[in-house]
Ligand binder design. Structure first.
Ligand code: ADP
Ligand code: MG
Length: 714
């Protein structure tokens, strides 16, 4: 589809390639590989994807040649090993396919070695002490579980090969390697459990993920005048206009034409690279939207989500808008999250969280569900840490997002069944009302909407999957999924140990679910998670409520966490420690930039504008007095503006002092605490003065566009 020229009103080209033809046209998918590779090589690749073998260089050579030919046919000139460094962004270094022939011409080359291994200089990516700069070498290795694709932009067409990024000594420098390892760990333990339950054929269990991405769109001309949006992704100033989101007229509302044109192109771009963008709608806040692709295996979903975020921003620019991914770009209206829909499925296509139709599959479902309850209770702090970012700190615990307390929603009927099992009671929900005996008793078929929609739960069962809703909108979903997989792997390992030893498996399932649920059901909460009563109730239940990101991150270096990750081969001690430092540092850097921008905008934009405005008002009053007229209220207003301007000046100076203290704080944890506990409140005080001034100063005198423009004009 060729998009019309900006601005995208009118001139829309409705003659497009049928979606089925377009879909995946820029993706080197399994379908393409099946078509283009020799049969035995294709089979080998599938076996490698399923973790059954290692990729041989011989096979890699064949795939590389095929991938190169495919990419070149489609106009590609470069390739890149596309990876996820610990910045949370994606990185790419482009290499041309060209290889000089020595007689002034070039041939297009790409070897198996180049496919499986790249050597970007690792020294400029955060490693948290994993690598000294003199050991700058890092390697990228092809991740066969996520398809290669073509990216088209003004640099041309580039073949992007999803890769893992490791140091010379084999340490994971990225978010992909631990994710892959966590999937393996979970698979190992889940297969053990399934074997013990009598499944002899399943070889592997996958995690499936479908992330829902929220974002805002802002007109580019307003965005360009807001240094805070440009430099930090959020507004550090802005008085709420007379209308916010209280009319609830945006959610699922009719999509504006300009946005519709953007969404259409966003879908097209995503479909081309094989990302199954499926739903799109307006979100709760004005100018807030959501796009959700159909779920896939979790590595592909992680990569696809990085592409979704990037594509939102590029396509928005083509339509004269800016895509805002920050968790809390505007105070006073909803922030953005990324619901991480997560499930486990066998290689035979069984979703392990699908309530069953017969006693055996019900037993399996309840056993795996109980494992998740136990994992979420025992590793609540770890899940909390997986979403502990500077942006998410504004969101979690505020009144729209899930609170910082991790709990699970199951819905009434399921909770009742599990409660009854835990208490050894007669099952209120079995058709005959007898005592539930797992593997023997038939349970009522649970309607798909058992999960009677609870939008306030941080971790909700939604019929056949769990939805982890605390994830922030800018985050890579790799880390939340890695920690979740590791936590569930640990519980399944303990379940498998017990099951394998038990003589009577049916009896064992019953007692495992009973014991586990009885001990961990405190984490199940079906009520409204946004209320103060829940905060008090959670405290009574002993559930942690960690509000600051720095505190949340500290669990990463506790011995129990390090042992968990080491036991399952997900992260070594050094890798865990490095991540802890990188995340703390990233947190501090982000707040540091926000505080700097706050000072800058207060001093260089707001203060000069309001003092000039007050002076002009005073001049007006003097002119009025000179002709014998006076205006008392005008004089009062001028005085109030002048007072607020002084207070703004003072608060800015105070912020500057506090910021300097935080910058000097030295040790990473203390520094992050200073940024959250001292710098952020000081920023709020500056903001309060500025926002009050914005409400009093003439619109034409305010130095940058306000919330009306940013939130309502598109
Ligand atoms: P919701 O219940 O949140 O309204 P949907 O049924 O549309 O929504 O699903 C939301 C997301 O969950 C989509 O990305 C969807 O593909 C994904 N999803 C559905 N089933 C699974 C599954 N088994 N595993 C992982 N994600 C899933
Ligand atoms: Mg949802």
């Amino acid at each position: 589809m060729s998009c019309c020229k900006e601005p995208c009103h009118g001139g829309i080209d409705f003659t497009e390639t049928p979606v089925a033809e377009l879909y995946g046209s820029n993706c080197f998918s399994n379908a393409v590989m099946r078509e283009r590779l020799p049969k035995d090589i294709y089979k080998e690749i599938v076996a490698v994807q399923n973790g059954e073998k290692e990729l041989t260089l011989a096979a890699a050579e064949v795939v590389a040649a095929s991938m190169r030919d495919w990419a070149i046919e489609k106009g590609a000139s470069h390739y890149t090993h596309w990876f996820h460094p610990l910045t949370g962004l994606t990185a790419e270094k482009h290499d041309a396919f060209i290889s000089p022939t020595g007689d002034g011409r070039v041939i297009m080359e790409f070897s198996g070695k180049e496919l499986v291994k790249g050597e970007p200089d690792a020294s400029s990516f955060p490693s948290g002490g994993l690598r000294a700069t003199f050991e700058a070498r890092g390697y990228t290795a092809w991740d066969v579980t996520s398809p290669a694709f073509l990216k088209q932009d003004p640099t041309g067409t580039t073949l992007c090969i999803p890769t893992a990024f490791i140091s010379y000594y084999g340490q994971a420098l990225d978010k992909k390697v631990p994710l892959l390892k966590s999937i393996d760990a979970l698979s190992r333990q889940a297969v053990r459990v399934l074997r013990a339950l009598g499944n002899e054929s399943c070889k592997r269990v996958f995690t499936t993920v479908g992330p829902e991405q929220e974002y805002f769109l802002v007109d580019k001309k307003f965005y360009d005048e807001r240094p805070d949006l440009i430099l930090t992704g959020r507004t550090v100033f802005g008085a709420l206009p007379a209308k916010g989101q209280e009319m609830e007229d945006h959610y699922f509302g009719a999509i504006k034409e300009r946005v519709a044109a953007f969404m259409r192109e966003l879908n097209t771009e995503l479909w081309k690279v094989g990302i199954p963008a499926k739903t799109q709608h307006n979100e709760v806040a004005p100018n807030q939207f959501e796009v959700a692709p159909i779920y896939s295996n979790s590595t592909a979903a992680v990569d696809a989500n990085q592409m979704v975020m990037e594509t939102i921003r590029t396509v928005a620019r083509r339509h004269g808008m800016e895509g805002i991914l920050h968790e809390k770009p505007f105070a006073g209206v909803n922030g953005s999250g990324k619901h991480n829909n997560w499930s486990m499925a066998t290689d035979e296509g069984i979703n392990l969280f699908e309530p069953g139709e017969n006693p055996e599959s019900n037993a399996r479902f309840l056993l795996f569900a109980a494992a998740v309850v136990e994992a979420v209770d025992r590793y609540a702090l770890l899940l909390r840490a997986s979403v502990a970012t500077s942006g998410n700190e504004y969101r979690l615990g505020a009144n729209e997002a899930p609170p910082a307390i991790v709990s699970i929603f199951f819905g009434g009927p399921l909770t009742e069944i599990l409660d009854n099992i835990a208490e050894g009671k007669t099952g209120g929900h079995t058709p005959t009302g007898e005592k539930i005996k797992l593997g023997v008793t038939s349970l009522p078929s649970l309607p798909k909407d058992v999960s009677d929609r609870n939008r306030t739960s941080p971790f909700a069962f939604t019929g056949n999957k769990f939805e982890f809703r605390m994830v922030g909108s800018t985050q890579s979903i790799a880390t939340p999924n890695t920690y979740l997989n590791a936590a569930v792997a640990q519980v399944l390992q303990e379940f498998a140990d017990k099951l394998e030893k038990a003589a009577d498996k049916t009896e064992a399932v019953q007692s495992i679910v009973k014991e586990s649920y009885a001990q961990h059901r405190r984490v199940v909460f079906n009520g409204n998670g946004y209320t103060d009563e829940w905060v008090r109730e959670a405290e009574r239940r002993g559930l942690p409520n960690v509000k600051s990101a720095a505190d949340a991150l500290s669990v990463l270096v506790q011995s129990e966490t390090i042992a968990l990750f080491e036991r399952h081969g997900v992260l070594t001690r050094e890798e865990s420690e490095s991540r802890y430092h990188i995340y703390l540092e990233k947190y501090s850097k982000q707040v540091n930039i926000e505080a700097g921008v706050t000072i800058d905008m207060a001093r260089r934009y707001i203060f000069p504008a309001v003092t000039a405005y007050a002076a002009s008002l005073a001049g007006d009053a003097a002119a009025l007095a000179a002709i014998g007229a006076s205006n008392v209220s005008q004089a009062k207003r001028t005085k109030r503006i002048a007072e607020l301007a002084n207070e703004l000046y003072e608060e800015t100076a105070r912020l500057e002092t506090i910021l300097a203290e935080a910058q000097a704080a030295g040790e990473a944890f203390a520094q992050a605490k200073a940024y959250s506990g001292k710098v952020r409140p000081a920023m709020d005080l500056v903001r309060a003065k500025a926002d009050a001034l914005e409400k009093m100063v003439a619109k034409r005198a305010w130095p940058f566009p306000g919330y009306e423009e940013l939130l309502f004009k598109l």
